[in-house]
Structure formats: structure tokens, C-alpha cells
Design a protein around this ligand. Structure first.
Ligand SMILES: [Zn+2]
Length: 383
């Protein structure tokens, strides 16, 4: 999209230098394995689950089970990271009876970690399974004393990865949050992102990258980027492997050719003039992640020339609206990250409403974004 890029930040463009990519035939073959119908199927499946805010542990469990099952079908080992919204104190106990002692047996109490009191049904079900395995029948749970700092909710970040053959300790992540705001099934925000990351996992399952590719499904983005924050805490521990970069996809399903369909948080002539037609994906990065934005844009040029993009790949750090997803804690931790988005409410009037449904998604646009992201990942990890 040279015409759009020319409008961009001239000084930044000069600083950014030039990244060019030539198509590799084996990459083309893999990129073209991405199926538009599968993307649509995923968005519709998540629509059927409906709203899945962190407060709704049943919908959260349905969502994570659905994601996990697909990844496992493609041969991945899925790992989890716990995201809690609050800390629980007090005495949390299970009321149990010996399973072999018959119905008249006396009830006794087993104390469990207080944090279990604030967990969703998944953790409690697992606790019950462990107690049953130890020969107990569980009659119920109770909490006495203590309190909690905020609403008691938990949800897992989910991960799957393709291990690098040469540098397994060097990791490139691609992420999407799977939660929604209450009352919205979130087709664009962010079933669109989840659908793409799942499809990337499917077509890359048998790839042999030099570096590790990790697929991330974040919890509780809408509750204050909790999933991304927790993950960044873990990956920045001293003994953690080197995380080289993140590509974060959030709200990537809406596009239109209608004139004047695109608003902007601000427009500065010659500096940041977001186009007025909302038919592009926005590539947002910071100065430190400009190289990563360059790789994505060069991959899009080479492999999916029909994908329009608008590049803010070095100046995102200066706009508050550019921080509104899970990549922001990465930026804070100095990990290169780019944010791909359709700009949410600057383009869509269904943003965060119950009208953000599968019918509103532009699947051709989503297919292009998915293929460009696949090409970028291949360029980053295989070449
Ligand atoms: Zn979102």
C-alpha cells in the first residue's frame, strides 16, 4: 500500500529504513493453506458461546475448552497460565466423607488454599477430582473469615507452540484475547483475532521453524489487560527464555469501502493522517519495534498485496489509544511488539455492543490479515 505509506510520518519512514522480502515458494504454499471458511467457522462458533467476560466463568470455561480441543486435535500440548482478578483470604474448606464409609458416615473438613474460593468451576472441579481420587466424597465447599480485594474471578491464558529447531530458546509470539465485554459476543473484538491465531496454529503445526513460534490466547484483556500483564510478569523473570517479539491481533474483523468511514483519535497533516476510508489494517508499534512492523508490512507486500495497511509502526508509543490491548505491557517491558487492529470504535458502531456479531465480519479482509501474519511469522522464524 505505497499510497498510504507515503502519507505517513516522513521522518519515521526515513528512520525506518527499508525491509524487503522476496516470496519463498514454500512459504507461499503454507500461507495459502489458510482457509477463509475456517476463519468464519471459528467466529461463528465463538458467537454461539456468546459473551465471555471474566465474570462469567461458565462461558470462559466453554471458550477455553473449545480452543484447547482444537489445538490438541492438531497435535499441540496446551499449557496454561493463571490470571486472577483478586486475592482471596480466609479459611476455605471442602466438606468430605469417606467414599467407602456409606451414607451415614461423619462429615469432616479438609482445608484448601484460600485462593480456591475465588476460582471458577474449572479449578473447583479439579479439586473435587483430586479429593475423590484420595477416597473422599465431596459434599460442598465453604469459606469462613477473610475477604477478597475485588471481584473473585480467574481465567487461564492458553499457549501452544512449535519448537524451534535451531534456537528453541528464542521465541516469537502471536496473540489474541478470547474474553469479551459483558453483553457482547465480540465477533470482531476479539473472535476475529482468536480465529486467526487458531488458523495460524493449524497451518504451522507441521512447520520446522528455526526459532520457536508460540500461540497465545489471553484471558481478561477487557478487565485491564490482565492476561497480557500476567504473561509479561512470567516471561520477564530472570530464568525465562528470550522473548524476541509479539504480534498481537485485536479487533481485526471490520473493513469497509464506504467513504468517510474511518475516524481517528487525531489527525496531524503530514505526520499522522489516518485514511478516511476504513479498508485497512493498522500496524502499530513503538520506535523499538519498528523493525517488526517493517517485517509485517514487507511480508504483506510480498505475499498478500491486496491487504491495505496503514503504518504507525514506530509512533504508536505516543498515542494513548495505541496502548489498548495486551501488547502494552510488552512495550512497558521493552519487548518488541506490534498491534494489528481495525481500530475498533474509530471504524465500527458495533464496538463493545451486542451487535458485534459474526454477520458483521468481513471474512475476505480477515483472510488477508491471517495470510499476511502467517507470512510475517515464517519470515521471522524460518528464514
Ligand atoms: Zn479487544
Amino acid at each position: 500500500m505505497p499510497n498510504i505509506r507515503l502519507l505517513l510520518l516522513l521522518p519515521a519512514a526515513i528512520l525506518a529504513g527499508c525491509t524487503s522480502v522476496t516470496q519463498a515458494p514454500e512459504f507461499v504454499a503454507r500461507v495459502e493453506r489458510i482457509e477463509r471458511t475456517r476463519l468464519e467457522h471459528s467466529v461463528r462458533a465463538l458467537d454461539e458461546i456468546g459473551p465471555r467476560p471474566i465474570e462469567d466463568s461458565a462461558a470462559t470455561l466453554r471458550t477455553t475448552t473449545w480452543i484447547r480441543e482444537q489445538l490438541e486435535e492438531w497435535g499441540y500440548v496446551v499449557t496454561e497460565e493463571e490470571v486472577t482478578r483478586s486475592a482471596q483470604t480466609g479459611r476455605f474448606t471442602a466438606q468430605v466423607r469417606r467414599a467407602d464409609a456409606g451414607p451415614g458416615a461423619e462429615t469432616t473438613e479438609i482445608e484448601l488454599p484460600a485462593s480456591f474460593a475465588s476460582y471458577g468451576p474449572r479449578v473447583r472441579a479439579a479439586a473435587s477430582r483430586r479429593l475423590r481420587a484420595d477416597g473422599w466424597d465431596v459434599e460442598g465447599y465453604s469459606l469462613s473469615g477473610g475477604g477478597r480485594t475485588a471481584a473473585p474471578h480467574i481465567a487461564p491464558n492458553l499457549f501452544a507452540q512449535v519448537r524451534g529447531t535451531e534456537h528453541p530458546e528464542r521465541i516469537i509470539e502471536v496473540s489474541a484475547h478470547y474474553d469479551t465485554v459483558p453483553g457482547s459476543s465480540g465477533a470482531s473484538d476479539n473472535s476475529s483475532g482468536v480465529a486467526v491465531v487458531l488458523e495460524l496454529a493449524r497451518v504451522l503445526a507441521d512447520a520446522t521453524p528455526r526459532k520457536t513460534i508460540r500461540f497465545c490466547f489471553f484471558a481478561a484483556e477487557e478487565a485491564g489487560l490482565l492476561g497480557g500483564r500476567v504473561h509479561v510478569e512470567n516471561i520477564t523473570r530472570a530464568d525465562a527464555p528470550v522473548l524476541e517479539a509479539l504480534i498481537n491481533l485485536d479487533s481485526i474483523g471490520h473493513a469497509t469501502d464506504a467513504p468517510d468511514s474511518q475516524d481517528a483519535p487525531l489527525r496531524i497533516p503530514l505526520i499522522a493522517w489516518i485514511p478516511t476510508t476504513g479498508d485497512f489494517i493498522t500496524v502499530i508499534g513503538t520506535n523499538a519495534s519498528g523493525w517488526l512492523g517493517n517485517v509485517f508490512e514487507a511480508a504483506a507486500d510480498a505475499y498478500v498485496p491486496k491487504l491495505n495497511y496503514y503504518s504507525v509502526n514506530r509512533l504508536g508509543g505516543y498515542f494513548a489509544d495505541a496502548r489498548r490491548s495486551d501488547h502494552a505491557p510488552y512495550w512497558d517491558a521493552d519487548i518488541p511488539a506490534i498491534f494489528l487492529t481495525d481500530t475498533g470504535e474509530f471504524r465500527s458502531d458495533t464496538y463493545h455492543t451486542h451487535d458485534d456479531t459474526a454477520e458483521t465480519i468481513d471474512y475476505e479482509f480477515l483472510h488477508r490479515v491471517a495470510r499476511a501474519t502467517a507470512a510475517a511469522l515464517l519470515e521471522l522464524t524460518v528464514r
